[in-house]
Design a protein around this ligand. Sequence first.
Ligand code: BGC
Length: 466
Amino acid sequence: MAQRKVHEDMDEQVCKVKNRKLYLATLASVLGPMSFGFVLGYSSPAIPELTKIEDSRLRLDDNQASWFGSIVTVGAALGGLIGGWMVEKIGRKVSLMLCALPFVSGFTIIIAAQNVWMFYVGRILTGLASGITSLVVPVYISEMAHEKVRGTLGSCVQLMVVIGIMGAYLGGLFMDWRWLAICCSIPPTLLMVFMSFMPETPRFLLSQGKRREAVESLRFLRGPDAPVEWECARIEEACDEQGSKFQLSDLKDPGVYKPLVIGIMLMIFQQMSGINAIMFYAENIFEQAHFKQSDLASVIVGLIQVVFTGVAALIMDKAGRKVLLIISGVAMAISTTAFGVYFYLMSLLPEPHGDLAWMALASIAVFITGFALGWGPIPWLVMSEIFPVKVRGVASAVCVLTNWSIAFVVTKNFQDMMNLLTSAGTFWLFASMCILNVIFTMVFVPETKGKTLEQIEATFRGMSGP
Ligand code: BGC
Protein backbone atom coordinates (compact mmCIF):
# COMPACT_ATOMS: atom_id res chain seq x y z
CA MET A 1 0.00 0.00 0.00
CA ALA A 2 2.69 2.45 1.16
CA GLN A 3 4.80 1.39 -1.82
CA ARG A 4 1.96 2.24 -4.24
CA LYS A 5 1.51 5.61 -2.60
CA VAL A 6 5.23 6.37 -3.10
CA HIS A 7 4.91 5.46 -6.79
CA GLU A 8 1.81 7.61 -7.29
CA ASP A 9 3.56 10.45 -5.51
CA MET A 10 6.57 10.05 -7.78
CA ASP A 11 4.47 9.96 -10.95
CA GLU A 12 2.65 13.10 -9.91
CA GLN A 13 5.92 14.94 -9.24
CA VAL A 14 7.59 13.79 -12.46
CA CYS A 15 4.59 15.12 -14.47
CA LYS A 16 5.58 18.69 -13.58
CA VAL A 17 9.07 18.22 -14.95
CA LYS A 18 10.20 19.90 -18.18
CA ASN A 19 12.90 17.92 -19.96
CA ARG A 20 14.20 20.47 -22.48
CA LYS A 21 17.33 21.50 -20.58
CA LEU A 22 18.01 17.92 -19.55
CA TYR A 23 18.08 16.99 -23.23
CA LEU A 24 20.36 19.93 -23.92
CA ALA A 25 22.84 18.87 -21.23
CA THR A 26 22.73 15.28 -22.54
CA LEU A 27 23.36 16.51 -26.06
CA ALA A 28 26.40 18.53 -24.94
CA SER A 29 27.85 15.60 -22.97
CA VAL A 30 27.42 12.99 -25.72
CA LEU A 31 29.85 14.91 -27.90
CA GLY A 32 32.32 12.98 -25.67
CA PRO A 33 31.20 9.50 -26.81
CA MET A 34 31.02 10.84 -30.36
CA SER A 35 34.68 11.87 -30.12
CA PHE A 36 35.54 8.44 -28.77
CA GLY A 37 33.67 6.84 -31.69
CA PHE A 38 35.85 8.88 -34.06
CA VAL A 39 38.95 7.56 -32.26
CA LEU A 40 37.75 3.94 -32.56
CA GLY A 41 36.76 4.34 -36.19
CA TYR A 42 39.84 6.32 -37.25
CA SER A 43 42.19 3.35 -37.64
CA SER A 44 39.99 1.57 -40.17
CA PRO A 45 40.43 4.08 -43.04
CA ALA A 46 43.86 5.34 -41.82
CA ILE A 47 45.68 1.98 -41.61
CA PRO A 48 45.33 0.94 -45.30
CA GLU A 49 46.64 4.38 -46.28
CA LEU A 50 49.51 4.42 -43.81
CA THR A 51 50.71 0.97 -44.85
CA LYS A 52 51.18 2.27 -48.41
CA ILE A 53 52.32 5.83 -47.74
CA GLU A 54 55.42 7.06 -49.65
CA ASP A 55 57.15 8.66 -46.67
CA SER A 56 59.10 5.71 -45.22
CA ARG A 57 59.29 7.33 -41.75
CA LEU A 58 55.52 7.08 -41.45
CA ARG A 59 54.91 3.79 -43.25
CA LEU A 60 53.43 1.05 -41.03
CA ASP A 61 54.36 -2.62 -41.39
CA ASP A 62 51.81 -5.31 -40.33
CA ASN A 63 52.94 -5.43 -36.75
CA GLN A 64 52.97 -1.62 -36.42
CA ALA A 65 49.54 -1.44 -38.01
CA SER A 66 48.10 -3.83 -35.45
CA TRP A 67 49.61 -1.69 -32.65
CA PHE A 68 48.22 1.46 -34.28
CA GLY A 69 44.76 -0.15 -34.06
CA SER A 70 44.91 -1.72 -30.63
CA ILE A 71 47.06 0.66 -28.55
CA VAL A 72 44.01 2.91 -28.15
CA THR A 73 42.52 0.29 -25.84
CA VAL A 74 45.61 0.43 -23.58
CA GLY A 75 45.26 4.22 -23.30
CA ALA A 76 41.55 3.80 -22.62
CA ALA A 77 42.09 1.27 -19.82
CA LEU A 78 44.44 3.78 -18.19
CA GLY A 79 41.89 6.52 -18.83
CA GLY A 80 39.30 4.50 -16.90
CA LEU A 81 41.52 4.56 -13.80
CA ILE A 82 42.28 8.26 -14.10
CA GLY A 83 38.60 8.99 -14.83
CA GLY A 84 37.46 7.19 -11.65
CA TRP A 85 39.74 9.42 -9.61
CA MET A 86 38.82 12.61 -11.49
CA VAL A 87 35.03 12.29 -11.19
CA GLU A 88 35.33 12.09 -7.42
CA LYS A 89 37.92 14.85 -7.02
CA ILE A 90 36.92 17.51 -9.52
CA GLY A 91 33.39 16.42 -10.37
CA ARG A 92 31.62 15.07 -13.43
CA LYS A 93 31.35 18.28 -15.43
CA VAL A 94 34.95 19.51 -15.20
CA SER A 95 36.32 15.99 -15.80
CA LEU A 96 34.34 15.88 -19.00
CA MET A 97 35.54 19.29 -20.15
CA LEU A 98 39.15 18.29 -19.48
CA CYS A 99 38.79 15.20 -21.69
CA ALA A 100 38.92 17.52 -24.68
CA LEU A 101 42.63 18.21 -23.99
CA PRO A 102 44.02 14.69 -24.57
CA PHE A 103 41.59 14.22 -27.48
CA VAL A 104 42.76 17.33 -29.31
CA SER A 105 46.45 17.07 -28.39
CA GLY A 106 46.45 13.38 -29.42
CA PHE A 107 45.05 14.17 -32.85
CA THR A 108 47.44 17.13 -33.18
CA ILE A 109 50.42 14.81 -32.57
CA ILE A 110 49.08 12.40 -35.20
CA ILE A 111 48.65 15.24 -37.71
CA ALA A 112 52.20 16.50 -37.03
CA ALA A 113 53.79 13.01 -36.85
CA GLN A 114 57.40 12.68 -38.02
CA ASN A 115 57.70 9.01 -37.16
CA VAL A 116 55.67 5.99 -36.10
CA TRP A 117 56.28 6.63 -32.39
CA MET A 118 54.42 9.92 -32.67
CA PHE A 119 51.47 7.97 -34.06
CA TYR A 120 51.57 5.69 -31.03
CA VAL A 121 51.71 8.64 -28.60
CA GLY A 122 48.78 10.28 -30.40
CA ARG A 123 46.77 7.07 -30.31
CA ILE A 124 47.49 6.51 -26.59
CA LEU A 125 46.42 10.07 -25.75
CA THR A 126 43.19 9.86 -27.75
CA GLY A 127 42.62 6.42 -26.15
CA LEU A 128 43.17 7.93 -22.70
CA ALA A 129 40.54 10.57 -23.43
CA SER A 130 38.18 7.85 -24.70
CA GLY A 131 38.60 5.85 -21.48
CA ILE A 132 37.87 8.87 -19.28
CA THR A 133 34.85 9.76 -21.42
CA SER A 134 33.46 6.22 -21.35
CA LEU A 135 33.39 6.51 -17.57
CA VAL A 136 32.29 10.10 -17.05
CA VAL A 137 29.49 10.50 -19.57
CA PRO A 138 27.27 7.56 -18.46
CA VAL A 139 27.65 8.73 -14.85
CA TYR A 140 26.92 12.36 -15.77
CA ILE A 141 23.76 11.43 -17.67
CA SER A 142 22.35 8.93 -15.19
CA GLU A 143 22.85 11.35 -12.31
CA MET A 144 21.01 14.13 -14.13
CA ALA A 145 18.19 12.15 -15.70
CA HIS A 146 15.00 11.04 -13.94
CA GLU A 147 13.81 7.46 -14.12
CA LYS A 148 11.26 7.98 -16.91
CA VAL A 149 13.89 8.81 -19.52
CA ARG A 150 17.15 7.54 -18.01
CA GLY A 151 17.32 4.43 -20.23
CA THR A 152 16.82 6.35 -23.46
CA LEU A 153 19.23 9.12 -22.53
CA GLY A 154 21.82 6.63 -21.25
CA SER A 155 21.58 4.68 -24.51
CA CYS A 156 22.49 7.84 -26.41
CA VAL A 157 26.05 7.26 -25.19
CA GLN A 158 26.43 4.16 -27.36
CA LEU A 159 24.39 5.75 -30.14
CA MET A 160 26.89 8.59 -30.36
CA VAL A 161 29.84 6.15 -30.20
CA VAL A 162 28.53 4.33 -33.25
CA ILE A 163 27.68 7.59 -35.03
CA GLY A 164 31.30 8.65 -34.41
CA ILE A 165 32.61 5.32 -35.74
CA MET A 166 30.50 5.70 -38.85
CA GLY A 167 31.52 9.35 -39.22
CA ALA A 168 35.16 8.25 -39.33
CA TYR A 169 34.42 5.50 -41.88
CA LEU A 170 32.46 7.94 -44.05
CA GLY A 171 35.08 10.68 -43.72
CA GLY A 172 37.69 8.12 -44.74
CA LEU A 173 35.97 7.72 -48.11
CA PHE A 174 36.61 11.37 -48.97
CA MET A 175 39.60 12.52 -46.92
CA ASP A 176 43.19 11.48 -46.37
CA TRP A 177 44.32 10.47 -42.86
CA ARG A 178 45.57 13.97 -41.97
CA TRP A 179 42.35 15.78 -42.89
CA LEU A 180 40.39 13.07 -41.16
CA ALA A 181 42.38 13.65 -37.96
CA ILE A 182 41.65 17.39 -38.24
CA CYS A 183 37.91 16.65 -38.51
CA CYS A 184 38.12 14.22 -35.57
CA SER A 185 39.30 17.13 -33.38
CA ILE A 186 36.10 19.10 -33.95
CA PRO A 187 33.67 17.16 -31.66
CA PRO A 188 35.96 17.33 -28.58
CA THR A 189 36.50 21.05 -29.11
CA LEU A 190 32.72 21.59 -29.23
CA LEU A 191 32.40 19.36 -26.15
CA MET A 192 34.58 21.71 -24.12
CA VAL A 193 32.71 24.81 -25.26
CA PHE A 194 29.16 23.47 -24.78
CA MET A 195 29.87 21.75 -21.47
CA SER A 196 31.01 25.03 -19.95
CA PHE A 197 27.35 26.16 -20.06
CA MET A 198 25.97 22.99 -18.45
CA PRO A 199 25.53 22.25 -14.73
CA GLU A 200 27.34 19.82 -12.42
CA THR A 201 25.09 16.89 -11.41
CA PRO A 202 22.88 17.38 -8.34
CA ARG A 203 24.04 14.08 -6.84
CA PHE A 204 27.72 15.05 -6.98
CA LEU A 205 26.98 18.49 -5.50
CA LEU A 206 24.99 16.94 -2.66
CA SER A 207 27.74 14.43 -1.94
CA GLN A 208 30.03 17.48 -1.52
CA GLY A 209 27.57 19.15 0.84
CA LYS A 210 26.74 21.90 -1.69
CA ARG A 211 22.98 21.93 -1.24
CA ARG A 212 22.23 25.36 -2.69
CA GLU A 213 24.12 24.59 -5.92
CA ALA A 214 22.40 21.19 -6.12
CA VAL A 215 18.97 22.84 -5.94
CA GLU A 216 20.02 25.32 -8.67
CA SER A 217 21.24 22.48 -10.85
CA LEU A 218 17.96 20.60 -10.39
CA ARG A 219 16.00 23.76 -11.17
CA PHE A 220 17.96 24.16 -14.43
CA LEU A 221 17.40 20.52 -15.38
CA ARG A 222 13.75 20.12 -14.35
CA GLY A 223 12.26 23.54 -15.15
CA PRO A 224 10.60 26.16 -12.89
CA ASP A 225 7.53 24.13 -11.81
CA ALA A 226 9.29 20.93 -10.82
CA PRO A 227 9.38 19.89 -7.15
CA VAL A 228 13.16 20.19 -6.82
CA GLU A 229 13.13 20.34 -3.01
CA TRP A 230 11.32 17.00 -2.96
CA GLU A 231 13.87 15.37 -5.30
CA CYS A 232 16.77 16.91 -3.41
CA ALA A 233 15.50 15.48 -0.11
CA ARG A 234 15.14 12.06 -1.73
CA ILE A 235 18.78 12.05 -2.91
CA GLU A 236 20.03 13.44 0.41
CA GLU A 237 18.29 10.69 2.30
CA ALA A 238 20.15 8.06 0.27
CA CYS A 239 23.50 9.91 0.68
CA ASP A 240 23.01 10.15 4.48
CA GLU A 241 22.36 6.44 4.77
CA GLN A 242 25.64 5.62 3.05
CA GLY A 243 28.13 8.01 4.66
CA SER A 244 30.38 9.87 2.28
CA LYS A 245 33.75 8.19 1.72
CA PHE A 246 34.58 4.82 0.17
CA GLN A 247 36.46 2.44 2.45
CA LEU A 248 37.74 -1.04 1.71
CA SER A 249 35.38 -2.49 4.31
CA ASP A 250 32.48 -1.32 2.08
CA LEU A 251 33.27 -4.30 -0.13
CA LYS A 252 31.55 -6.50 2.47
CA ASP A 253 28.32 -4.58 1.85
CA PRO A 254 25.99 -6.42 -0.58
CA GLY A 255 24.94 -2.96 -1.84
CA VAL A 256 28.51 -2.59 -3.11
CA TYR A 257 29.90 -6.02 -3.99
CA LYS A 258 26.80 -7.31 -5.79
CA PRO A 259 26.60 -4.47 -8.33
CA LEU A 260 30.40 -4.48 -8.67
CA VAL A 261 30.47 -8.15 -9.68
CA ILE A 262 27.55 -7.60 -12.07
CA GLY A 263 29.22 -4.53 -13.62
CA ILE A 264 32.52 -6.36 -14.15
CA MET A 265 30.82 -9.43 -15.64
CA LEU A 266 28.79 -7.27 -18.05
CA MET A 267 32.01 -5.71 -19.33
CA ILE A 268 33.78 -9.07 -19.69
CA PHE A 269 30.82 -10.54 -21.58
CA GLN A 270 30.51 -7.49 -23.83
CA GLN A 271 34.08 -7.85 -25.03
CA MET A 272 34.19 -11.66 -25.04
CA SER A 273 31.30 -11.66 -27.53
CA GLY A 274 34.03 -10.80 -30.04
CA ILE A 275 32.53 -7.47 -31.16
CA ASN A 276 35.82 -5.72 -31.80
CA ALA A 277 37.35 -8.73 -33.53
CA ILE A 278 34.32 -9.00 -35.80
CA MET A 279 34.31 -5.29 -36.62
CA PHE A 280 38.01 -5.61 -37.38
CA TYR A 281 37.42 -8.62 -39.58
CA ALA A 282 34.34 -7.33 -41.40
CA GLU A 283 36.38 -5.92 -44.29
CA ASN A 284 38.02 -9.29 -45.01
CA ILE A 285 34.68 -11.07 -44.93
CA PHE A 286 33.21 -8.63 -47.38
CA GLU A 287 36.26 -9.08 -49.59
CA GLN A 288 35.74 -12.84 -49.59
CA ALA A 289 32.13 -12.23 -50.56
CA HIS A 290 33.45 -10.43 -53.66
CA PHE A 291 32.55 -6.92 -52.55
CA LYS A 292 34.76 -4.66 -54.63
CA GLN A 293 34.86 -1.78 -52.15
CA SER A 294 35.58 -3.15 -48.72
CA ASP A 295 35.70 0.39 -47.27
CA LEU A 296 32.07 0.78 -48.29
CA ALA A 297 31.42 -2.48 -46.44
CA SER A 298 32.64 -0.86 -43.21
CA VAL A 299 30.16 1.95 -43.77
CA ILE A 300 27.37 -0.63 -44.09
CA VAL A 301 28.41 -2.26 -40.80
CA GLY A 302 28.51 1.22 -39.24
CA LEU A 303 25.05 2.03 -40.58
CA ILE A 304 23.49 -1.17 -39.18
CA GLN A 305 24.97 -0.27 -35.79
CA VAL A 306 23.61 3.26 -35.87
CA VAL A 307 20.07 2.21 -36.90
CA PHE A 308 19.70 -0.55 -34.32
CA THR A 309 21.38 1.32 -31.50
CA GLY A 310 18.82 4.06 -32.23
CA VAL A 311 16.01 1.49 -32.02
CA ALA A 312 17.42 0.22 -28.71
CA ALA A 313 17.51 3.78 -27.32
CA LEU A 314 13.87 4.33 -28.26
CA ILE A 315 12.57 1.15 -26.64
CA MET A 316 14.96 0.94 -23.67
CA ASP A 317 12.58 2.44 -21.09
CA LYS A 318 9.62 0.38 -22.30
CA ALA A 319 11.18 -3.02 -23.04
CA GLY A 320 13.64 -2.91 -20.14
CA ARG A 321 17.32 -3.81 -20.00
CA LYS A 322 17.00 -7.50 -19.22
CA VAL A 323 14.80 -8.51 -22.16
CA LEU A 324 17.01 -6.62 -24.61
CA LEU A 325 20.18 -8.20 -23.21
CA ILE A 326 18.66 -11.66 -23.62
CA ILE A 327 17.43 -11.06 -27.18
CA SER A 328 20.79 -9.56 -28.05
CA GLY A 329 22.76 -12.45 -26.50
CA VAL A 330 20.66 -15.06 -28.32
CA ALA A 331 21.08 -13.26 -31.68
CA MET A 332 24.84 -13.06 -31.16
CA ALA A 333 25.08 -16.72 -30.08
CA ILE A 334 23.22 -17.85 -33.20
CA SER A 335 25.21 -15.65 -35.57
CA THR A 336 28.63 -16.56 -34.15
CA THR A 337 27.69 -20.26 -34.32
CA ALA A 338 26.66 -19.81 -37.97
CA PHE A 339 29.88 -17.91 -38.62
CA GLY A 340 31.84 -20.83 -37.15
CA VAL A 341 29.92 -23.25 -39.38
CA TYR A 342 30.76 -21.06 -42.38
CA PHE A 343 34.48 -21.23 -41.58
CA TYR A 344 34.22 -24.95 -40.93
CA LEU A 345 32.56 -25.62 -44.30
CA MET A 346 35.13 -23.40 -46.02
CA SER A 347 37.92 -25.43 -44.46
CA LEU A 348 36.45 -28.62 -45.95
CA LEU A 349 36.48 -27.22 -49.46
CA PRO A 350 39.65 -27.57 -51.54
CA GLU A 351 39.30 -23.99 -52.90
CA PRO A 352 37.60 -20.84 -51.51
CA HIS A 353 33.98 -20.87 -52.58
CA GLY A 354 31.88 -17.75 -53.22
CA ASP A 355 28.53 -19.55 -52.83
CA LEU A 356 28.73 -19.59 -49.08
CA ALA A 357 29.45 -15.87 -48.82
CA TRP A 358 25.80 -15.08 -48.04
CA MET A 359 26.21 -17.08 -44.83
CA ALA A 360 29.10 -14.92 -43.68
CA LEU A 361 27.29 -11.71 -44.62
CA ALA A 362 24.08 -12.75 -42.86
CA SER A 363 26.04 -13.77 -39.75
CA ILE A 364 27.77 -10.40 -39.57
CA ALA A 365 24.51 -8.51 -40.10
CA VAL A 366 22.65 -10.48 -37.40
CA PHE A 367 25.58 -10.21 -35.01
CA ILE A 368 25.93 -6.44 -35.38
CA THR A 369 22.15 -5.96 -35.10
CA GLY A 370 22.05 -8.11 -31.97
CA PHE A 371 24.99 -6.29 -30.38
CA ALA A 372 23.46 -2.90 -31.13
CA LEU A 373 20.13 -3.86 -29.54
CA GLY A 374 21.55 -4.90 -26.19
CA TRP A 375 25.16 -5.75 -25.41
CA GLY A 376 26.42 -2.52 -27.02
CA PRO A 377 24.56 0.10 -25.01
CA ILE A 378 23.35 -1.75 -21.90
CA PRO A 379 26.60 -2.58 -20.03
CA TRP A 380 27.48 1.15 -20.08
CA LEU A 381 23.97 2.13 -19.06
CA VAL A 382 23.69 -0.40 -16.24
CA MET A 383 27.18 0.52 -15.00
CA SER A 384 25.94 4.07 -14.51
CA GLU A 385 22.79 2.96 -12.67
CA ILE A 386 23.75 0.30 -10.15
CA PHE A 387 26.46 1.79 -7.91
CA PRO A 388 25.78 3.75 -4.73
CA VAL A 389 26.98 7.33 -5.10
CA LYS A 390 29.95 6.99 -2.74
CA VAL A 391 31.56 4.15 -4.71
CA ARG A 392 30.39 5.27 -8.16
CA GLY A 393 33.83 6.62 -9.18
CA VAL A 394 35.94 3.68 -7.98
CA ALA A 395 33.49 0.99 -9.09
CA SER A 396 32.99 2.50 -12.55
CA ALA A 397 36.77 2.77 -12.92
CA VAL A 398 37.12 -0.98 -12.26
CA CYS A 399 34.44 -1.68 -14.91
CA VAL A 400 36.01 0.60 -17.52
CA LEU A 401 39.46 -0.84 -16.84
CA THR A 402 38.07 -4.37 -17.26
CA ASN A 403 36.26 -3.49 -20.50
CA TRP A 404 39.23 -1.92 -22.25
CA SER A 405 41.78 -4.46 -20.99
CA ILE A 406 39.72 -7.33 -22.40
CA ALA A 407 39.19 -5.33 -25.60
CA PHE A 408 42.99 -5.11 -25.88
CA VAL A 409 43.53 -8.82 -25.23
CA VAL A 410 40.87 -9.83 -27.79
CA THR A 411 41.93 -7.45 -30.58
CA LYS A 412 45.66 -8.04 -30.14
CA ASN A 413 45.37 -11.83 -29.92
CA PHE A 414 42.53 -12.44 -32.36
CA GLN A 415 44.83 -13.56 -35.15
CA ASP A 416 46.76 -15.91 -32.83
CA MET A 417 43.48 -17.32 -31.56
CA MET A 418 42.41 -18.02 -35.14
CA ASN A 419 45.71 -19.84 -35.75
CA LEU A 420 45.51 -21.84 -32.54
CA LEU A 421 41.81 -22.72 -32.38
CA THR A 422 41.09 -22.39 -36.13
CA SER A 423 38.61 -19.76 -37.35
CA ALA A 424 35.63 -22.01 -36.64
CA GLY A 425 36.88 -22.79 -33.12
CA THR A 426 37.39 -19.09 -32.35
CA PHE A 427 33.84 -18.18 -33.38
CA TRP A 428 32.38 -21.13 -31.47
CA LEU A 429 34.27 -19.85 -28.44
CA PHE A 430 32.58 -16.46 -28.93
CA ALA A 431 29.26 -18.31 -29.31
CA SER A 432 29.75 -20.14 -26.02
CA MET A 433 30.49 -16.81 -24.30
CA CYS A 434 27.23 -15.46 -25.72
CA ILE A 435 25.30 -18.44 -24.34
CA LEU A 436 26.91 -17.80 -20.95
CA ASN A 437 25.97 -14.12 -21.11
CA VAL A 438 22.31 -15.05 -21.67
CA ILE A 439 22.33 -17.38 -18.65
CA PHE A 440 24.13 -14.76 -16.57
CA THR A 441 21.56 -12.12 -17.50
CA MET A 442 18.62 -14.35 -16.66
CA VAL A 443 20.01 -15.29 -13.25
CA PHE A 444 21.89 -12.24 -12.00
CA VAL A 445 21.08 -8.99 -13.80
CA PRO A 446 18.34 -6.99 -12.05
CA GLU A 447 15.83 -4.95 -14.07
CA THR A 448 16.52 -1.25 -13.52
CA LYS A 449 13.81 0.14 -15.83
CA GLY A 450 11.60 2.78 -14.21
CA LYS A 451 13.43 2.73 -10.86
CA THR A 452 15.21 5.68 -9.26
CA LEU A 453 18.94 5.25 -8.61
CA GLU A 454 18.11 5.17 -4.91
CA GLN A 455 15.57 2.36 -5.39
CA ILE A 456 18.08 0.32 -7.41
CA GLU A 457 20.58 0.68 -4.57
CA ALA A 458 18.00 -0.47 -2.04
CA THR A 459 17.21 -3.57 -4.14
CA PHE A 460 20.80 -4.77 -3.79
CA ARG A 461 20.66 -4.30 -0.04
CA GLY A 462 17.48 -6.37 0.02
CA MET A 463 15.26 -3.41 0.99
CA SER A 464 12.25 -2.05 -0.82
CA GLY A 465 13.76 1.42 -1.32
CA PRO A 466 12.67 5.02 -0.77
C1 BGC B 1 32.26 -1.18 -26.89
C2 BGC B 1 33.44 -1.02 -27.81
C3 BGC B 1 33.00 -1.28 -29.24
C4 BGC B 1 31.85 -0.40 -29.60
C5 BGC B 1 31.37 -0.77 -30.96
C6 BGC B 1 31.17 -0.25 -27.32
O1 BGC B 1 30.08 -0.39 -26.47
O2 BGC B 1 32.64 -0.92 -25.58
O3 BGC B 1 34.45 -1.92 -27.43
O4 BGC B 1 34.05 -1.05 -30.13
O5 BGC B 1 30.80 -0.52 -28.66
O6 BGC B 1 30.16 -0.27 -31.28
